[in-house]
Design a protein around this ligand. Structure first.
Ligand code: PLP
Length: 451
């Protein structure tokens, strides 16, 4: 293979995101991918793996889709790129906007295109602040986000992210972003005597004054913070809170959107309609880079009244090739009933987790909504005793899975945290779920044996 040559060049010329630069510069890439088909990917050694987290939770329709390659080819031959600045338009961007309006809940009808999730969230913050400014509330600027929320790495999205390493990297600042200390706790349901009340959204609104708060942002189910589900009634309560204090609600659907949770959008699981919705990832299943902020009529109508140039936009806002791919991707999700499949296969995954829970002492706190799933590893779950940091439990199990041909991901950014996520492509079959569970079974056994 040409692994050695590529590895040397990679070490020399690339700084990788979310990797340890010093280790990378000496050891080089862990895997160099060469191809993918369905839920499987291959590396340049011709080793095959199940893509257990759909790469970055985004390859919803699976790898190797000729239809998507064809539509990109066709659009590129016609006109690969045109701008949407200055009121210029293109058919794929227009058709996709109509499609998104028709599938998003409530009156979310208008989109501002971006090229990814971070840009979408920064855009959602700017448009929320602009909305209030246009309404005459210049001081309504603060954005409230949650602990363990992940919203991306552009400056404002970074500051909204509730994972310290990301939030604090390079000392970036946006003083109008307030990261709540509470984490999806029931205090949001209105109980002021709740022990975490002082760190929750309601208490921040009360102490800042609603006249200073523009919006609340949250993921319907937190992904990169470790797959955390909200307590029963939580999203509805936050929606009510926003209405009570006249604050906009932004749902970050970058992971949950486009079928991942067994519903087309994460908020659909709780019948909540946000004012703005950030989307990216699953909109193209990663076949092209695209994102957007979808807004309801209340927000769009105010922006549409603005009688000067809107000084915001990205070169790739409404990229025609990306939009053509997005449109075809949604067609695949609909025609192949992948949302239903995510729901059904989510149930199969849950059965597999039940089995692992029975069999392995250290496997605990399993959770899933459709194919967004996770579990914890603990030294002694019955007595709530975590592994010592030195054990690197989750890292080791992920490595055992890797050796057996399954790529999954872990989270250990807080002391005692050992979370593993599973989020395969929505095309996954029962057999492929069984294989995933069987590899996890062996990996957990092998790790436990070494304890
Ligand atoms: N929001 C959520 C919920 C995400 O999971 C991510 C990426 O993982 C982002 C935003 C950032 O998206 P991007 O990496 O496309 O900028």
């Amino acid at each position: 293979t040409n692994f050695d040559e590529l590895s040397n060049l990679d070490k020399k010329h690339i700084i990788h995101p979310v990797a340890v630069p010093k280790v990378h510069a000496s050891v080089g890439p862990k895997i160099i991918f060469s191809e993918g088909k369905g839920v499987y990917v291959k590396d340049v050694h011709n080793r095959s793996y199940i893509d257990g987290v759909s790469m970055l939770w985004n390859v919803n329709v699976g790898h190797g889709r000729k239809e998507l390659a064809d539509v990109a080819h066709e659009q590129m031959m016609k006109m690969a790129y045109s701008s949407t600045f200055y009121g210029y338009g293109n058919e794929p961007a227009i058709r996709l906007a109509e499609k998104i309006a028709s599938i998003t809940p409530g009156d979310l009808n208008t989109i501002f295109y971006t090229s990814g999730g971070s840009e979408s969230n920064d855009t959602a913050f700017k448009l929320s602040r602009f909305y209030w400014e246009q309404k005459g509330f210049k001081n309504k600027r603060k954005i409230i986000s949650l602990r363990r929320g992940y919203h991306g790495v552009t400056v404002s999205a970074q500051r909204a992210t509730g994972i310290d390493a990301f939030r604090n990297f390079s000392g970036s600042s946006d003083p109008d972003i307030l990261n709540a200390k509470a984490h999806l706790t029931e205090c949001e349901l209105g109980d002021k005597s709740h022990p975490e009340f002082s760190g929750c959204i309601r208490s921040i609104i009360e102490s800042e004054g609603a006249e200073h708060v523009a919006a609340v942002i949250l993921e319907p189910i937190q992904g990169a913070g470790g797959v955390h589900l909200p307590p029963e009634g939580y999203l509805k309560a936050v929606r009510k809170l926003c209405d009570e204090f006249n604050i906009l609600l932004i749902a970050d659907e970058v992971i949950c959107g486009f079928g991942r949770t067994g519903e087309l959008f994460g908020v659909n699981n709780w019948e909540v309609v946000p004012d703005l919705m950030s989307i990216a990832k699953g909109i193209t299943s990663g076949y092209s880079h695209l994102g957007g902020v979808v807004m309801n009529n209340r927000v769009a109508d105010v922006i549409k009244e603005y009688d000067d140039v809107l000084p915001h936009g990205f070169t790739y806002s409404g990229h025609p090739t990306a939009c053509a791919v997005g449109l075809k991707n949604i067609e695949i999700i609909e025609n192949e009933r992948l949302v239903e499949n995510a729901h059904q296969m989510g149930a199969e995954l849950e059965k597999g987790f039940n089995y692992l829970n029975e069999k392995h002492e250290i496997f605990t706190n399993q959770r899933n909504v459709g194919l967004l799933a996770g579990f914890d590893l603990m030294k002694d779950p019955d007595h709530n005793i975590p592994f010592e940091q030195s054990k690197q439990a989750a890292v080791s199990v992920v490595d055992e899975c890797y050796k057996r041909g399954l790529l999954i991901r872990c989270f250990d950014f807080e002391p005692g945290m050992n979370i593993i996520a599973v989020a395969p492509p929505l095309t996954i079959t029962k057999q492929e779920i069984e294989k995933t569970i069987s590899i996890l079974d062996d990996a957990l056994a092998s790790f436990s044996q070494k304890l």
